[in-house]
Write a protein of this length. Structure first.
Length: 380
């Protein structure tokens, strides 16, 4: 694991002992940096949180890696990413047109096109299918520990000592609405068969709660990522009334065991979710990601209104990192740090992930700027 080098900044209160698995695995400076940020304190620098979905940077930084996990560790460590939300290994372009049949319990088959796997032949294609559909049985506690928790633990161990690998779960909402049903059928079903939609949502939320309870007991890391995309660039995908009825209580149910264990809940939705943000905070979220600028999400406003109660995560426009210049990437980083980082409570990163089309030179400039200008006190 290497030597643990502990950095001791000027104290703003003494942090409580942190009984996480990652506390035993990662270097002391990484642990301290993240712990201070999520308690709205300034550490040595702003922690970096990101996902890298870019083959070119993998080829540049880990060309000899024997497998994808080893390559991912090399890439994330080389870029100085403190918090790893996920690793994405998209299908190679040579697989375009390939048909992948879904196995038992799958919501659909898939077709690979342009490096993306697209759902086809959903198992539920009509209201009648919805009424007949029976979700798979809930996993046992032993199955969750032997499969989910064991896999998550291995990833924590693989990314130590320089990165904390987060655990990602949902609340069952996207699994049903965009996975099992698809957005078009879901749009009809919430009016034509609301009781059936509610039945499926309850079934998949129950699975998420079981996993959240296991994560609370396992205490792998101080943060858990809860992802449910519910918004477009300019508005919510569903009415606020529907989300308050069918999303918000499910977020609360998943967040409760995590928060009792002292784990911070970082909620993710692309798009503009201002219409339900106060509801999400009341339901128990501790942080928000990715705070997408093209969707009108203003991190400066969020900092002013919610500092001390909402951890701000992400916000550097991933499309501009991809389509702009290295100098433009540096300018965005500096502005993001200036607006969001003073006083802690900020984990800097892209506004969802580093995209496949991003040039290597832009990626390197982006992360170098974070490390150069993100040291406290912020002076950009």
């Amino acid at each position: 694991m290497g030597n643990r080098t502990h950095w001791h900044p000027p104290r703003v209160g003494v942090l409580k002992p942190r009984p996480w698995l990652t506390s035993q695995l990662v270097d002391g400076d990484v642990e301290e940096r993240v712990a201070r940020a999520i308690e709205f304190q300034e550490g040595d620098r702003v922690p970096v949180w990101d996902v890298v979905d870019n083959r070119a940077i993998y080829d540049h930084l880990a060309p000899e890696a024997p497998d994808f996990l080893t390559a991912s560790v090399k890439v994330y460590h080389a870029l100085g990413i403190d918090l790893v939300r996920a690793t994405l290994n998209p299908p190679s372009p040579g697989r375009d047109g390939e048909f992948v049949r879904g196995g038992a319990g799958a919501d659909a088959d898939h077709v690979i096109q342009s490096g993306t796997s697209w759902r086809v032949n959903r198992r539920i294609q009509s209201i009648e299918d919805l009424r007949r559909f029976e979700p798979p049985p809930l996993p046992t506690r032993e199955e969750i520990w032997e499969n989910d928790i064991a896999s998550m633990r291995r990833r924590c161990e693989a990314f130590a000592p320089r990165s904390i690998h987060l655990q990602s779960i949902g609340v069952g909402f996207m699994t049903v609405m965009t996975g099992l049903l698809g957005l078009e059928l879901a749009s009809y079903a919430i009016y034509d068969a609301p009781e059936e939609v509610h039945r499926l949502l309850d079934a998949y939320t129950a699975r998420s709660v079981l996993l959240a309870e296991a994560l609370a007991e396992a205490r792998l890391s101080p943060l858990v990522f809860v992802g449910e995309d519910v918004a477009y660039k300019g508005a919510l995908m569903y009415s606020p009334a529907f989300l308050r009825k069918e999303l918000i209580p499910r977020v609360r149910r998943v967040a409760e065991p995590l928060r009792r264990a002292g784990i911070k809940v970082i909620f993710h939705s692309d798009g503009n979710i201002m219409g339900i943000l106060d509801d999400l905070i009341e339901a128990g979220i501790d942080g928000l990601n990715p705070i997408e600028p093209p969707a009108g999400m203003d991190i400066g406003y969020l900092k002013r209104r919610y500092h001390g109660k909402l951890i701000l995560v992400g916000n550097v426009d991933c499309t501009r990192i991809a389509l702009g210049t290295p100098a433009g990437a540096v300018a965005m980083v500096k502005e993001n740090l200036r607006v969001a980082s003073p006083g802690g409570g900020h984990l800097i990163g892209s506004s969802t992930e580093v995209l496949p089309s991003t040039p290597v030179e832009n990626i390197l400039a982006y992360y170098r700027a974070i490390h150069e200008y993100g040291r406290y006190p912020i002076s950009v």
